[in-house]
Design a protein around this ligand. Structure first.
Ligand code: FAD
Ligand code: NAD
Length: 475
């Protein structure tokens, strides 16, 4: 006889585990199923984000940033250090400890909220029946629930003639776990993963070449930000080759030879290790039986409506396996919204105000529309901007690179987008998200007091500059 729950969540990433906790908080009898096994062989709820994504990449970004700053930036402060060295295994062990702490924390939260956790593969069948195949090889279990939340996440896209082998040709999982710094590191795709993980190994001394198919650098960001960011990354030694198509990659004698085609024709490059980071795709393998009633889109996403309802009654889906940006905070917000809808509460998500952050140095962060998007849509807008080079706090800390750029509706002054390149852009963007959530205007931000001296004064000045009354720059 199948064990009965109010809610069963399949997948314990930031979409699934957050949905499960919220459902349990709302008094629903909840189960969560996830496959992930940690490096220590124990269950590791937390999905891509905690295990092999957001958190481990940020741990390595921070470690490598300190090492780079020690060598390049500290001398300006009068600090000199001879023979700085990096213990890569120790850096990786620190990262693994953080991951373990956080996945263990999710396990504790599950216990604290009385969520039943199954480590295994969940498969949705007709009538909201779920079969769990435990990873320990024990007998499959039958569960059922009034509501099912699918949160199965995503996996890296593979490209033809470039086979992952986990050692020389790797995805994000491999690139977070090298035992030493590769002398040469090739990256296919100069997107978010490529820039973040390319930065990590470049800072530690690898020669990094990013092979990007598109002719433009980072076209999802505002053009002023991507232009300045490209200049900064080049100065740091990242060799970003645009308009470069990878034809194939082959491993021979411990090296990867990559055949590429660009405007000069075909050529070959050789690397110690090659990372393929050309995007991710929804992961639904083995998730749905033929009669589950859940349909997929042409792109392989689980089809959902604006309230995250799939085509099967009582079955919902959230996170990377559905439409929208593949971001942890978007997955979590969807998870919370679905749990609240199941409990009969109102809930909705504003996709227009989902912030994006790329954790390079300087960081890139934005919310809302880019200038090129507004132009394409024929929207009339005003622009304000402010460089960190004119911000006292940024200069005091040695962070004078980058800018804040604000776009506001020409008629109503409502903020339509904010784009930041600079240190702590990831934190500064929150103020702009709040302003946009409240349909705030540039005038609203301009009339609010920002503490001095702070980086946030650059946001304030950009807001003032929309109306051409910035104080610390020409208008
Ligand atoms: P996932 O986190 O992928 O979790 C899905 C879980 O479901 C997995 O544990 C999987 O094993 C499990 N699962 C799948 N199918 C089944 C099944 N049938 N049965 C049981 N379990 C199943 N986003 C950010 O917002 N900020 C960042 O800084 C950031 N950094 C990233 C860095 C890297 C290197 C990568 C790869 C991604 C990063 N992301 C970041 C993206 C972020 O990781 C994802 O958007 C987020 O994890 C999506 O959450 P999710 O819950 O939808 O899916
Ligand atoms: P991405 O979409 O960010 O970048 C992929 C890049 O690869 C693009 O620039 C694309 O033009 C290029 N590309 C595609 N096919 C190619 C080919 N055959 N040859 C050369 N270049 C090619 O994807 P990603 O970097 O793999 O990251 C996946 C997703 O994970 C991101 O879109 C994001 O949603 C999420 N993520 C978020 C963060 C963050 O929030 N800081 C960090 C990492 C990942």
């Amino acid at each position: 006889m199948a064990e009965k729950f109010d809610v069963i969540v399949i997948g314990a990433g930031p979409g699934g585990y957050v949905a499960a906790i919220r459902a349990a908080q709302l008094g629903l009898k909840t189960a969560c199923i996830d496959l992930f096994t940690g490096k220590d062989g124990k269950p590791a709820p937390g999905g891509t984000c905690l295990n092999v994504g957001c958190i481990p990449s940020k741990a390595l970004l921070d470690s490598s940033k300190y090492f780079y700053q020690l060598q390049h930036d500290y001398s300006a402060h009068g600090i000199s250090v001879q023979n700085a060295s990096m213990d890569v295994p120790l850096m990786i062990a620190r990262k693994d400890d953080i991951v373990k702490k956080l996945t263990g924390g999710v396990g504790q939260l599950f216990k604290g909220n009385k969520i039943t956790y199954y480590q295994g593969k969940g498969k949705l069948k007709a009538g909201r029946q779920v079969e769990v195949t435990p990873v320990d090889g024990s007998e499959p279990l039958a569960l059922d629930a009034d509501n099912i939340i699918l949160a199965s996440g995503s996996i890296p896209i593979q490209i033809p003639n470039v086979e992952f082998d986990g050692e020389y040709i790797v995805d994000n999982v491999g690139a977070l776990d090298f035992a030493s710094v590769p002398a040469s590191f090739g990256v296919i795709g100069a997107g978010v993963v490529g820039l973040e993980l390319g930065s990590v190994w470049n800072r530690l001394g690898a020669e990094v070449i990013l092979l990007e198919a598109l002719p433009d650098f980072l076209p999802i960001a505002d053009k002023d930000v991507s232009k300045q960011a490209a200049r900064e990354f080049k100065k740091q030694g990242l060799d970003i080759r645009l308009g470069t198509l990878v034809k194939s990659a082959q491993v021979k004698d411990g090296q990867v030879t990559v055949s590429v085609e660009d405007k000069n024709g075909e050529s070959q490059l050789t690397f110690d290790i090659l990372l393929v980071s050309v995007g991710r795709k929804p992961f639904t393998d083995g998730l749905l039986s033929d009669d589950s009633g859940v349909q997929l889109t042409e792109q392989g996403q689980i089809q959902v409506d604006e309230k995250s309802r799939t085509t099967a009654a009582g079955v919902w889906a959230v996170g990377d396996c559905v439409r929208g940006p593949m971001l942890a905070h978007k997955a979590s917000e969807e998870g919370i919204a679905v749990a609240e809808l199941i409990a009969g509460k109102p809930a909705h998500i504003h996709f227009d105000t989902v912030p994006w952050v790329i954790y390079t140095d300087p960081e890139i962060a934005w919310v809302g529309k880019t200038e090129q998007e507004l132009q394409a849509a024929g929207v009339e807008y005003n622009v304000g901007s402010f460089p960190f080079a004119a911000n006292g706090r940024a200069l005091a800390g040695g962070h004078g690179t980058g800018l804040v750029k604000m776009l506001a509706d020409a008629e109503t002054d409502e903020i339509l987008g904010v784009h930041i390149l600079g240190t702590n852009a990831s934190e500064l963007i929150s103020e702009c998200v709040v302003a946009m959530e409240f349909q705030g205007s540039s005038e609203d931000l301009a009339s609010m007091i920002h503490a001095h001296p702070t980086l946030s004064e650059a946001v304030h000045e950009a807001a003032l500059h929309v109306d051409k009354r910035a104080v610390h720059r020409g208008n």
